[in-house]
Design a protein around this ligand. Sequence first.
Ligand SMILES: O=C(O)C1=C[C@@H](OP(=O)(O)O)[C@@H](O)[C@H](O)C1
Ligand SMILES: C=C(OP(=O)(O)O)C(=O)O
Length: 476
Amino acid sequence: MEIFKYSGPSFDLYGEEWSDSLILDDGPWPAPRATQPLAAEVEVPGSKSITNRELVLAALADGPSTLRRPLHARDTQLMIDALRALGVSFEEQDGDGRFGPDLVITPTAELEGGVSIDCGLAGTVMRFVPPVAALALGPVNFDGDPSARKRPMGGVLEGLKQLGVEVRDDGRGRLPFSLYGNGKIEGGEVEIDASASSQFVSGLLLAAPRFERGLKVTHRGGALPSVPHIEMTLESLRRRGVTATSPESGVWQVEPGPIAAIDLTIEPDLSNAAPFLLAAVVAGGEVCIPDWPTETTQVGDLLREILPKFGAEISLDGTTLICRVAQPLVEAQRPGVELDFTDAGGELAPNIAAVCALLASESRITGIAHLRGHETDRVAALAAELTRIGAEVEELPDALVIRPGELHGALWQCYEDHRMATSGALVGLAIDGIELDDVGSTSKTLPQFVAMWRAMITGAPHEPESNDTSFLSLGI
Ligand SMILES: O=C(O)C1=C[C@@H](OP(=O)(O)O)[C@@H](O)[C@H](O)C1
Ligand SMILES: C=C(OP(=O)(O)O)C(=O)O
């Protein structure tokens, strides 16, 4: 079944020539109900966060790098297109992954300016590529989807301005903007407010080994979200021989020096494992995820602690994570939960909040203020959609209080947000008549979602060939 086609990024920075990237086949998608306990093994494609960090580092490395089992999805394709526009070369290579080819990335001697970059709706592209582009000679224009223009960018732009890069923007700290690099950055120290996104810090640190004096970044502002993602950035730099440390809380230091070319296998995306593991919580039964990393900086690893709060028994059989649940959630009449998502917020909270609507008493999901600057305002979107299906929801500035109600079918709005889409699919397992207005939004990080979801429910092995992934080709 063909769910959508990706027509490829195409835009005109200052004009209105937007081409819609996702063309849905048949309007709303009826979310399948689970009528019996699940029994599925679900192989999950590579991590978005690791793939896009590694693409950036490979682009700045001292030789060709090979990425095995990288994620192939809209966010990674946008990253490849952005880096290719700056002069980096990409080659596909057959690998053992089931979700697309391996990649060989060859850096360019000199990054090329005079180009426009489409960030789509990808936070990693809009925050990680500007510091790379600032190393190029000549102007680089940045823009993205209309909804991307609402996402905060201030910390990255402020950091670049403090580094002496000429930034032309409208002062709102948002897309679109242009950078005028002169081929090098001296580096030194910057102080930014990263309370809106940890990606501001990660973006500056990833390019920092190529600054003449390296970089010290200090965060000044409110609570810093998604700290494990900054740890992932430091870890990715260290893996390539760069000295990268956090001498104290809210301060990070990267020494100048070469970024080693490496051959790396990308871990499965543990945040994308979340809807499948939570499906076992909702429907009962067992869902297994192979290749769960034994050590990881991915926030999705927190699922091993979170899922037992919903009655799941979590175990490891070698490197296969097993989530076993005795009874469907609604039958189990489990009490509400209280969870703080300051660290894992963005990626895990939407799915968890959706499942909370199926608990028997009040749940509180806190530490989620920064989710308002994600693909959509996720706090408002979750409040609206859970209310739409009959839950009683209180929306606070940085929290959601979710109380059970008479749940019923409805057209669940996805707001172009992959995690809102998978959240709708989750409640649809337990409630008749849930339809999603835009299941194609899952192509941001998981273009195979629909086929994988169906295969999980029927217990059939997922066949990647049943998806149209032709749009993922690099065209080379
Ligand atoms: O660095 C990364 O790869 C990410 C950092 C987090 O962003 P925020 O700090 O903006 O929440 C996370 O939500 C996002 O999905 C991926
Ligand atoms: C917040 C997310 O994405 P992005 O990398 O675009 O910020 C996410 O994937 O949940």
